[in-house]
Design a protein around this ligand. Structure first.
Ligand SMILES: Nc1nc2c(ncn2[C@@H]2O[C@H](COP(=O)(O)OP(=O)(O)OP(=O)(O)O)[C@@H](O)[C@H]2O)c(=O)[nH]1
Ligand SMILES: [Mg+2]
Length: 454
């Protein structure tokens, strides 16, 4: 029997109620002690109003609602008790301390989910879906996680694993009867199946760009020389005065990050220090950071001031950024235009240009849509299957590579033994997605990313 673990399942801090969760064979015993009720035998899955006491002093600690989930009908598959107490950090801490005193131990991050996995209540991809649902930043990414929670990827993978297994069985039985070569028609069928599997895996893997977009969103950096209006645009996009705006060149010295959402895509927007040669130490560091940000952004918005002529600095920035995905945003169109856009177009023919005003907000929505336009939106909004986890994507790709290699070996007449190595790897990689073939180390690594109490 595993030990009994306890954790606060709700966030720390004051709240209406706070939920403490216990899981393990000793859960009910602990509850009996804290209720001073030796014969307490709660009906499973029914909420009961109970006072909890400090058994030593018989002090009432809190009046709570307790719910008993009897093994195996619980989240973890073990006996689980949920205690809903008043959301006072002091009271909740006291209840947890008492549970610890009566032989529970503090749960590790994700340990409840890990137990659910170990007891076959959920598979690994479902456990990851729980984590992702809790971490979801947007409705779209929460929706993806809920679908995953239902075991979507496992269902999607099952027929692939089945047909892969058929081929493995076929080749292995051919191995046993060494004197016979695999008949041609069987080899052809196996090759056909491998092609179908490979195509299917490719198709799954290709949904990842959309999945990543929904989950992680985009990093978009606003760059340009001082005073072109980067911070003004930053504020306009966020809808509030987050960054300081002044007519002094060099106002923004450090980077500011904020998140907002456009069409279900979370965007991490970065306002940067204006790029220029400077002798100011602080500003210099800011400029250095701006340069680094350009390199890791998914999109760089180069801002130009439409009310002034292009200057050498603008051109230098455009050159610097032209190697990265970028968009040229010409600001201040509420003022008389002095900029020669024809020059920009001829020097940077591939760049998209949007004209707008951060001050009057004219064309701001055009600009907003231009930010996400280069990314794979059709797929984001289509309701089909989407891979959103980098670990799953990696395993699907690796499995596909093994399948392709085995295909060529089989087609070239390599021995079944050699072909089988790749096929076994392929099926093992797919099994790692759902956790059937995941090692202890991998599980530890994955569950370390969970929160305590889940
Ligand atoms: N008329 C007009 N003025 C603007 C517009 N956008 C920004 N400004 C003005 O331009 C000046 C500089 O704006 P900021 O947003 O601070 O410029 P910045 O690019 O962040 O400047 P640094 O942080 O110094 O690099 C301020 O006086 C703004 O009010 C616009 O669309 N029209
Ligand atoms: Mg600024």
């Amino acid at each position: 029997m595993s030990d009994t673990i306890v954790a606060l399942a709700t966030p720390t801090g004051r709240s209406g109620i706070g939920v403490i969760r216990l899981s393990g064979g000793g859960s009910l015993e602990i509850l009996k002690k804290l209720t001073l009720d030796k014969d307490f035998s709660p009906q499973p899955r029914a909420a009961v109003l109970k006072k909890l006491y400090d058994p030593e002093s018989a002090d009432v600690v809190d009046e709570t609602i307790v719910t008993y989930f009897q093994s195996p009908q619980s989240f973890t598959g073990e006996d689980v008790i949920e205690i809903s107490g008043h959301g006072s950090p002091v009271v909740l801490r006291r209840i947890i301390d008492l549970c610890l005193k009566y032989d529970a131990r503090m749960a590790e991050a994700g340990e409840f989910s890990l137990r659910a996995l170990a007891n076959g209540q959920i598979d690994l991809s479902q456990a990851e879906a729980i984590r992702d649902l809790i971490d979801a930043q947007t409705v779209a990414s929460a929706k993806l996680s809920v679908r995953q929670l239902g075991g979507e990827i496992s269902h999607r993978l099952q027929p692939i694993k089945d047909s892969l297994l058929d081929i493995i069985v076929l080749l292995e039985s051919a191995l046993e009867f060494v004197e016979d070569d695999l008949p041609d028609y069987q080899r052809d069928n196996a090759l056909k199946s491998l092609t179908a599997i490979s195509d299917d895996l490719d198709k799954m893997a290709s949904t990842f760009s959309a999945g990543k977009l929904i989950r992680e969103g985009l990093r978009i950096a606003l760059v340009g020389r001082p005073n072109v209006g980067k911070s003004s645009l930053f504020n306009a996009l966020l809808g509030h005065e987050r960054a300081i705006v002044t007519e002094i060149a060099g106002t923004t010295r450090d980077q500011i990050h904020e998140r907002f959402t456009v069409d279900n895509i979370p965007i991490s927007l970065i306002d940067t220090a204006g790029l220029r040669e400077t002798s100011d130490t602080v500003e210099k560091i800011g400029v250095e950071r701006s340069r680094r940000t350009i390199a890791d952004a998914d999109l760089v918005v180069v801002m130009l001031d439409g009310s002034t002529a292009l200057v050498k600095e603008d051109i230098e920035i455009l050159r610097e950024v032209s190697a990265f995905p970028h968009l040229i945003a010409v600001n201040k169109i509420d003022l008389v235009s002095q900029i020669d856009l024809a020059q920009v177009t001829s020097e940077f023919p591939g760049s998209k240009i949007v004209r707008f005003s951060a001050k009057t907000e004219e064309n701001i929505s055009t600009l907003t849509h231009a930010l996400i336009e280069p990314f794979n939106l059709a797929e984001v909004n289509n309701a089909g299957f989407i891979v959103s986890d980098a670990r799953h994507h990696d395993l699907i790709v690796r499995s596909g590579t093994e399948i392709d290699r085995s295909y060529h070996l089989l087609a070239e007449g390599a021995s079944e033994e050699i072909v089988l190595i790749g096929l076994h790897n392929a099926i093992r990689f797919l099994g790692q997605i759902t956790g059937e073939t995941t090692t202890e180390d991998m599980l530890t690594q994955i569950f370390a990313t969970f929160c305590i109490g889940k």
